[in-house]
Ligand binder design. Structure first.
Ligand code: PGA
Ligand code: ZN
Length: 418
């Protein structure tokens, strides 16, 4: 069944900034929709997100040029009148773009089309998207991911003292519905704990709380982790039911000129920052650390792995940007033992799959991830299950654009249970 119409629009993401939506109409009248997210703490090596840079509207963040590329270039050149075929079409889109970083067509335009194409193909085959992904690329059996839920937001996702970006809670349950319920109870309890401590319950970009600590004698990150521990000790599931993760997003407090990390009043070397992580690991149930160091601090990452890699999941996000070349470099240098996977860092579904596959072949853990600016598109839930990635993070268990992914996992869990 072929594509009879291609449409694209500028829509708003969860931060109220423009992003791209693509609509494919098939010969049977079905309309297949896909939209793409956008990061705030983006890595330097990510694929290029095309923005209009016309300061008169949307602070220059409009995506009308990306939309135009879908309608005027990708549609007539690749899509119209053709039968959806993700592998062939992704290749054609990459060839049409012709750049290393997707900067001609825009990674936002390319990924919106790519997701729409694979969704259309699954529709035509009459199977669920996760099943289609699983079959096409011959992944291990579909599997619900263990999720990391973002409870407290800092860094570039909130206006606060917190230098680190994400404070995550990881329920230990293997059953997804149980793990979601546990995370949600944790979130509600944390709200009560914050109220009790006289701290506000405003939320950041990914739905986690943004406490404004007044005690300046203890650094804010330690206070945030203490709040999480306090909540874990109080909530009904018990302290043993959760462990913690951090995404420091350290690229964004690294001063490359001085080769130092700006952490509150301190100006830390990589070894000093690693000491700080070791100290936190000793006091809190910390099992996962993402972007603990900056995106090009390869030496620092090696030290981090040597010192903490045995007991902690060391996750590369800005370091690796879902790019097989950088993941390969990370493997060679033993820089990490886990990889964050974000489709819009690399521009197409096929390239995302190549990154996941490389990780699986090399026993690296994979975490499928949302972005801080999201839409209600739930593609990453199907990708996580279909690729048997093992883990996923999609923010707090609140806000429509975050729960869209978790709610999709609930449906998939039911389907898999039969
Ligand atoms: P971003 O944050 O989407 O703003 O990049 C998410 C992350 O760093 O994991
Ligand atoms: Zn990150």
């Amino acid at each position: 069944m072929h594509i009879v119409k291609v449409d694209a629009h500028q829509i708003l993401d969860s931060r109220g900034l423009p992003t791209v939506e693509c609509r494919l109409t098939l010969a049977d009248g079905a309309v297949i929709v896909a939209s793409v997210p956008s990061g705030a703490s983006t890595g330097r090596h990510e694929a290029h997100e095309l923005r209009d840079n016309n300061a008169a509207v949307y602070h220059g963040k409009g995506v009308l040029s990306a939309v135009r590329h879908i309608k005027q270039v990708i549609a007539p050149g690749i899509l119209l009148g053709k039968i959806p075929d993700i592998i062939a079409m992704d290749k054609e889109i990459i060839a049409l773009d012709g750049t290393k970083d997707c900067s001609a067509l825009g990674a936002n335009a390319m990924l919106a089309v790519s997701i729409a194409v694979i969704r259309a193909q699954a529709w035509i085959e009459g199977v669920e998207l996760f099943e289609f992904i699983n079959d096409l690329w011959q992944f291990p059996e579909p599997m619900l991911p263990r999720c990391m839920f973002n409870m407290i937001n800092g860094g570039m996702h909130a206006q606060s003292d917190l230098v680190f970006q994400e404070f995550l809670v990881i329920p230990s349950h293997h059953d997804f519905a149980q793990s979601l319920a546990c995370a949600d109870d944790f979130y509600q309890q944390l709200k009560l704990v914050l109220h009790g401590a006289g701290l506000g319950t405003a939320i950041g970009d990914e739905g986690g709380f943004v406490p404004l600590f007044t005690d300046k004698t203890v650094f804010a990150e330690e206070q945030a982790l203490s709040l999480l521990l306090h909540t874990a000790e109080q909530f009904t599931w018990g302290v043993e039911s959760v462990s913690f993760g951090l995404d420091s997003a350290a690229t964004h407090f690294y001063d490359s000129g001085a080769n130092r990390y700006r952490f509150h009043e301190q100006f830390l070397t990589a070894p000093a920052l690693i000491e700080l992580y070791k100290n936190l690991k000793g006091r809190f149930p910390l099992v996962s650390l993402e972007d603990g160091l900056a995106e090009d601090d390869w030496q620092g990452w090696q030290w981090l792995m040597e010192q903490l890699g045995a007991g902690v999941q060391i996750v590369g996000d800005d370091l690796l940007v879902t790019n097989t070349k950088r993941i390969q470099q990370g493997l060679t240098q033993k820089a990490m033992n886990a990889v964050l996977i974000k489709p819009n860092q690399i521009g197409t579904v096929s390239r995302t799959v190549e990154a996941i596959r490389l990780c699986q072949e090399n026993n690296l853990a994979t975490i499928i991830s949302h972005r801080s600016g999201e839409t209600n598109d739930d593609f990453i839930a199907d990708l996580a299950v279909g690729s048997a990635a093992g883990q996923m993070k999609a923010g707090a268990p609140v806000r429509g654009e975050r729960v869209a992914k978790y709610n999709r996992l609930l449906w998939i869990a039911e389907m898999l249970e039969g």
